[in-house]
Design a protein around this ligand. Structure first.
Ligand SMILES: Cc1cc2nc3c(=O)[nH]c(=O)nc-3n(C[C@H](O)[C@H](O)[C@H](O)COP(=O)(O)O)c2cc1C
Length: 350
């Protein structure tokens, strides 16, 4: 398809009339599609492809207190249906981030979800305090998939006590009224245990999932392909793991807002997360190959919801949890007007 044809198609598209607003803690976002941390920096690069203020929010690359150069190269390896990265937390440090990146997002009218990362509970608290009064800040995502330097490098997200300590410290220091989401790692035995610890510690919601720890060996050099040896696996390969995590957490914590992610490439992928229980989704790895992916996913999700008879995204959240005996309407049209309203599900059985 030529560029001209693509432009024409975009101009012709009218998003169906579906209420896409979604509530994450105390904030109502205009729609449920966000970028994923680390996959779109602070949104400037994507803005040449589409207006980033049209997304629900821009989740920024996890920022630390001081500038960092990240891990050794090579830092990316391709895997079947996925990608392994060991970028590490490369970034300019919180002060430069506030002055440049967050200021740009605010001026652009985008809703910034600032992801923070630290090596100690105190780091996280200081980062949260730095966000007080920050313009454009809609939400805080706490990346707890970081080694705790005070506990032999044990990853916070793998221990309920350490996860809770970080969340509690962030909640104490963060600006009031700004939701704090804890971002969980799938590399645990029971993700609901960590989820509950974070919510008990005051998290307003949960983001899931971060990458899975992986390793690729280069069979020519016969050494690990990445400079950092291990890396984070992302992309379509992890989607069923992510959907499972969202499902389990939604079941364990029916009322907690969830931002779901992991391998989303299309509107139907996003719908899968919503049906599993996500109130919103982040689009990550696919952006590297298709920078317009987040806005396309939003359009496709709206179409998918409308085609299934939903008048709002909220009606679809967690709908896959309904009992199996509740049947879909029969007939040539597999999507019915009442499908989106769980209150009508019993009637469909009769
Ligand atoms: C290159 C790269 C960098 C990432 N950096 C971060 C990060 O700084 N903080 C974070 O919480 N997650 C980070 N992630 C994880 C993503 O936000 C997301 O949770 C994960 O990749 C799953 O979604 P996806 O399969 O759509 O990419 C990174 C992922 C990739 C691929």
């Amino acid at each position: 398809m030529t560029e001209l044809t693509v432009r024409k198609t975009e101009a012709a598209f009218t998003r169906p009339d579906v209420d896409l607003t979604t509530q994450l803690g105390s904030v109502t976002f205009p729609n449920p599609v966000f970028t994923a941390s680390g996959c779109a920096a602070a949104g400037q690069e994507l803005d040449q492809f589409f207006d980033v203020s049209q997304l629900g929010g821009i989740v920024t690359k996890s920022i630390m207190l001081a500038p960092r150069s990240g891990r050794a190269t090579p830092r990316m390896a391709e895997t079947p249906s996925g990608m392994l990265n060991s970028i590490g937390l490369q970034g300019p440090g919180i002060d430069a981030f506030l002055d440049k990146d967050l200021a740009w997002l605010a001026q652009r009218g985008a809703r910034a979800v600032v992801s923070i990362a630290g090596g100690s509970v105190e780091d996280y608290a200081k980062l949260a305090a730095k966000l007080r009064g920050a313009k454009g800040l809609a939400m805080i995502e706490v990346n707890i998939s970081c080694p705790n330097v005070e506990d032999r490098g044990q990853v916070f997200a793998c221990d309920p006590g350490a996860s809770a300590a970080v969340v509690q410290a962030v909640k104490r220091s963060a600006p009031t009224g700004v939701p704090v989401f804890a971002k969980l790692s799938p590399d645990v035995t029971d993700i609901t245990e960590i989820a509950k610890a974070c919510v008990d510690a005051g998290a307003d919601g949960l983001s899931l999932i971060n990458t899975l720890l992986g390793l690729v060996i280069d069979t020519d050099t016969m050494r690990p392909a990445l400079g950092g040896i291990t890396g984070g696996l992302s992309g379509p390969a992890i989607r069923p793991v992510a959907v499972r995590a969202v499902w389990q957490v939604r079941q364990a914590l029916p009322d907690i807002p969830i931002l779901g992610m992991g391998g989303i490439r299309t509107g139907l992928d996003a719908l899968e997360f919503v049906l599993a229980g996500a109130n919103a989704v982040s689009v990550g790895t696919t952006v590297f190959g298709d920078p317009r992916a987040p806005i396309r996913v939003l359009d496709e999700l709206a179409v998918a919801l409308a085609e299934r008879g939903f008048s709002s995204v909220a009606e679809a959240v967690g709908l896959a949890h309904r009992p199996p005996e509740i049947r879909l309407p029969e007939g040539p049209d597999p999507v019915g007007d009442t499908l989106g309203d769980p209150a009508h599900d019993d009637e469909e059985q009769l």
